[in-house]
Design a protein around this ligand. Structure first.
Ligand SMILES: [Cu+2]
Length: 256
């Protein structure tokens, strides 16, 4: 039996070459996927703020995959390097101060890194323009969303079969003042990678800078009562010219 083990050990250099080849392939696969910018199931974001959130998500996952790869490499290295070679007990090591320092310091560094980048991205998402092109008061209530374009007199109020559609211009800042008339609602636009509570007595202020035109679904992300599921809305992003025409059409429609 021992002779057989020794013979198996004789192939150590080729199995080690195989291990390094596998590690190399794994690293190439990880770096290759970074070049094509994987979305990992998230939206790329149809606003500047949404892009920032997406990049945070993407790089966090790549970092997690890197940490995961290192852990797997260490596991397999330990399995192969310290596999059982005989009946003799290996040297017993406990209370290894250097190892304990490493596995305390490394997670702390990871948390500090994640915290640092999260604060930077949060600041970018929360930054508001001093001169927004459009200001919309968004009101959540049981059960719908109402959009008031401030300074223009345009109000979009949903009816039971027609959820309101928030129209935004592309390429400029729109200020949103989010409020609730009754209970807590969640103003959620998946394609914008954005969700914020609408709370009674609180005005949540933030900006959207849409980067592409399209129509995106919106939902209430907070269970708020019996007809929560009816709290649908949509967002349509259009060029600045189209937005001006649309707003003028709404104003003349309201006056008629
Ligand atoms: Cu709701």
């Amino acid at each position: 039996m021992i002779r057989e083990l020794r013979r198996a050990g004789g192939h150590g250099s080729s199995s080690r070459r195989g291990l390094w080849a596998a590690i190399g392939l794994l690293l190439v696969a990880i770096s290759g996927s970074a070049c094509t910018i994987p979305t990992f199931g998230a939206f790329k974001g149809a606003t500047d703020q949404g892009h920032a959130a997406f990049h945070m998500w993407e790089w966090s996952l790549l970092a997690a995959m890197g940490v995961g790869a290192i852990v797997w490499i260490l596991i397999f290295w330990s399995i192969i390097r310290y596999r059982k070679r005989g009946d003799e007990l290996p040297k017993q090591i406990r209370y290894s101060t250097p190892v304990e320092i490493v596995y305390t310091i490394v997670p702390i560094l990871i948390v500090i890194g994640l915290f640092y980048f999260t604060v930077i991205v949060e600041d970018r998402i929360d930054a508001v323009s001093p001169t927004p092109a459009v200001t919309v008061k968004v009101t959540g209530y049981q059960w719908g969303w109402r959009f008031d374009y401030q300074g223009s007199g345009v109000s979009l109020v949903p009816s039971p079969n027609h959820p309101a559609q928030l129209v935004l211009p592309v390429g400029v800042s729109t200020r949103i003042n989010l409020v609730s008339n009754d209970v807590v609602h969640g103003f959620y636009i998946p394609a914008f990678n954005f969700s914020r509570y609408a709370q009674p007595g609180v005005t949540n202020t933030f900006d959207f800078n849409p980067t592409e035109s399209g129509t995106f679904i919106g939902r209430c992300a907070q269970y708020c009562g019996l007809y929560h599921s009816q709290m649908l809305f949509s967002v349509k992003t259009v060029s600045r010219g189209q937005f001006r025409t649309w707003l003028a059409g709404q104003t003349s429609g309201a006056a008629a």
